[in-house]
Design a protein around this ligand. Structure first.
Ligand SMILES: Cc1cc2nc3c(=O)[nH]c(=O)nc-3n(C[C@H](O)[C@H](O)[C@H](O)COP(=O)(O)O)c2cc1C
Length: 210
């Protein structure tokens, strides 16, 4: 039985494009995996805070030597890392904020990048410990940053996510970006804007043709 970890990070609720995309993905995933389990993690309702000195000291202290205070400091991180380790597959909804991922998403990454748990150093070289996991990133951007666009270098979302998740061992990563979402603020039709994005998601689940 397969488990999908579904993570959203947009605070825009029903107006969110990335949330609409992950909802479509989850719907299709459930149809393809009727016995599967979906775990939902909403980063806008997760008590994420910047890392503290106590947290960093605790993460670098061997588990059996941690104080009660250190264990308590790592409790949320342990939960979030547990969700990643238990799932086979991940889907992320990620808005572009100021050319990068939203703050909540970055705070989550800081919580789940754990030495000895999600990455390690083996013979001095980093080794990702989330090997074998499959990730789909569904990104929404107000502008357009596609290949060939003059603003392609402004996009720190996809390169950053590729680097971080690659470091953690997630090499099977797919990216889909709904660019130009700012048009929705100027009267563009939401259903028409989302339709090709939903089709691209549905195509990921279509049976392979020979
Ligand atoms: C605070 C904020 C910052 C944003 N920064 C950018 C940006 O740097 N570049 C861009 O193309 N769009 C930017 N946008 C537009 C969002 O990427 C766009 O509205 C997208 O649809 C957000 O995802 P969501 O609909 O899932 O919330 C920004 C929007 C907000 C609210």
């Amino acid at each position: 039985m397969s488990t999908l970890l579904h993570i959203d990070s947009s605070p825009a609720g029903d107006h969110s494009v990335s949330r609409a995309l992950t909802a479509e993905f989850v719907k299709n995933w459930k149809a393809a995996n009727p016995d599967g389990t979906v775990v939902d993690r909403d980063l806008t309702h997760t008590p994420l805070v910047p890392l503290t000195g106590l947290w960093i000291g605790a993460a670098y202290t061997p588990e059996d030597k941690r104080s009660a205070e250190q264990k308590a400091e790592l409790a949320l991180s342990d939960t979030l890392v547990g969700e990643l380790l238990s799932a086979d597959e991940y889907v992320f909804g990620v808005p572009m904020y100021n050319f990068a991922v939203p703050g909540a998403f970055k705070l989550w990454i800081d919580q789940i990048a754990r030495v000895g748990v999600t990455f390690a150093y083996v013979d001095g070289a980093p080794k990702g410990l989330l090997a074998g996991k499959k990730a789909t990133f569904l990104i929404a951007t107000g502008g357009e940053y596609g290949p060939g666009s003059p603003t392609v270098s402004y996009n720190f979302v996809e390169p950053y996510l590729r680097t971080v998740f690659g470091f953690l061992g997630v090499t099977d990563a797919t990216f889909q970006t709904a660019g130009g979402a700012a048009a929705l603020n100027y009267g563009a039709d939401r259903a028409a804007f989302l339709a090709p994005q939903f089709e691209a998601i549905q195509a990921k689940f279509a049976p392979a043709t020979v």
